[in-house]
Write a protein that binds this ligand. Structure first.
Ligand SMILES: [Ca+2]
Ligand SMILES: [Ca+2]
Length: 239
């Protein structure tokens, strides 16, 4: 298994307060210079290869709604940066600037805070993914393949290593709450299922709510910088 250096930035702005709290589509406005300056591309969908937009290894700052992940390699692999925000500006800095080669969001394209769980084949949200919005007794093609998880929305979720909610289980709860006026973005990040007490490649079913005596909170973040109305939190390593 590849251990990836990961930084997680998290930003909120206060300028989106007039927008309804539900049904806000996600976007990532990606700039080629710091502080949201220079030329930009606005993305609302997954981009497995930024060469398609002549934007490979270019991004230096972003303005986002939602949880977005930027990967150093194509097809959602390699070192990554996870940025969550509500109309928040985030600088990638010297370490992560000019690196992104693919990007995608976590959650719903049309509703950034709508309930969703996402399973990733790799640790730290790399590789292929499988998501759902409700109870799922059989994961089908993604059964026993997950190595990391993100949840969007305030729900707790229970993950099981057996089909139909059997076997060893763990309940996860989000502890990242962003607010900008009435707009909210709540999520949990779990970069290693092994930190949840589950084995790699073991999850076989998912149930809404907390149905396990094992409860784990999302990975904590630390404040990296705070400027004006934008909070930037970071986790420099998820090892
Ligand atoms: Ca740049
Ligand atoms: Ca790259």
């Amino acid at each position: 298994m590849k251990i990836l250096p990961v930084m997680l930035l998290l930003a909120t702005g206060a300028s989106a307060s007039a927008i309804e709290p539900r049904g806000i589509p996600v976007y990532s406005k990606c700039y080629d210079s710091a502080n949201a300056h220079g030329s930009y591309n606005t993305f609302t969908t997954y981009v497995p290869d930024l060469r398609a937009f002549t934007y490979n290894n270019v991004i230096s700052s972003v303005v986002n709604d939602g949880v977005w992940i930027y990967y150093d390699d194509f097809n959602y692999e390699g070192t990554l940066l996870l940025v969550a925000g509500i109309d928040g500006t985030t600088n990638f800095g010297s370490i992560y600037g000019n690196k992104a080669s693919s990007l995608r969001f976590a959650g719903s394209q049309d509703c950034m805070n709508c309930e969703r769980w996402i399973l990733y084949e790799g640790t730290s949200y790399t590789g292929s993914e499988f998501y759902g919005t409700n109870d799922t007794p059989i994961l089908g093609s993604f059964s026993a393949r997950a190595n990391s998880i993100i949840t969007i929305g305030e729900s707790y979720w229970t993950f099981y290593d057996g089909d139909s909610y059997t076997g060893h289980s763990v309940c996860v709860r989000p502890n990242h709450f962003l607010y900008a006026g009435q707009v909210k973005l709540i999520f949990g990040i779990y970069p290693f299922v092994t930190n949840l007490g589950l084995a790699n490649n073991a999850i076989r079913s998912v149930k809404s709510g907390c149905h396990s005596k094992n409860m784990v909170a999302s990975v904590e973040l630390e404040v990296l910088e705070s400027t004006n109305n934008t909070r930037v939190l970071a986790l420099s390593s998820l090892n």
